[in-house]
Design a protein around this ligand. Structure first.
Ligand code: ATP
Ligand code: MG
Length: 137
């Protein structure tokens, strides 16, 4: 069974739509395998987004993702990585189709509600940043 890491970003927590978003994933058929609310330390944020180090938007990205509590979860199911990415919609909410999470809840790229691992390799790397093996049910 495939696993993927999903983050509900500070804007999702602040807007109190975490339950709605988790419901979408559950309704789709994905299983919750781990779940926590946390304030992301800057060093952990840097590790998570290391692929973007040096890009123009990197400082704002780290500032945003550490601006308030986030929800981290591992979702499991067949094709979990691709299924979650499809449900999220495109990175820029302007282009995200209605019916996707970003298409339904976001308007700007800097606050786009949700993160999902972009490959199985990324999922393995990212899950280990947030969860110990023991925390995965
Ligand atoms: P995420 O990794 O957060 O799930 P993603 O995989 O769709 O999003 P990435 O390319 O990994 O997109 O970018 C990570 C985050 O950095 C995006 O969610 C967005 O908030 C921000 N970002 C990406 N590209 C840009 C850009 N060109 N301008 C501003 N912000 C950007
Ligand atoms: Mg990404």
């Amino acid at each position: 069974i495939e696993r993927t890491l999903v983050l509900l970003k500070p804007d999702a927590v602040q807007r109190k739509i975490c339950g709605e978003i988790i419901s979408r994933f559950e309704r789709k058929g994905l299983a919750l395998t781990a779940l926590k609310l946390l304030a992301l330390p800057p060093e952990t944020a840097a590790k998570h987004y290391e692929e973007h180090l040096g890009k123009s938007f990197y400082p704002a990205l780290i500032e945003f993702i550490t601006s308030g509590p986030i929800v981290a979860m591992v979702l499991s199911g067949p094709n979990a990585v691709k299924v979650v990415r499809a449900m999220m919609g495109t990175t820029n909410p302007v282009d995200a189709m209605p019916g996707t999470i970003r298409g339904d809840y976001a308007t700007v790229m800097s606050s786009n509600i949700v993160h999902g691992s972009d490959s199985i390799a990324s999922a393995q790397r990212e899950i280990a940043i947030y969860f110990t093996e023991q925390e995965l049910v």
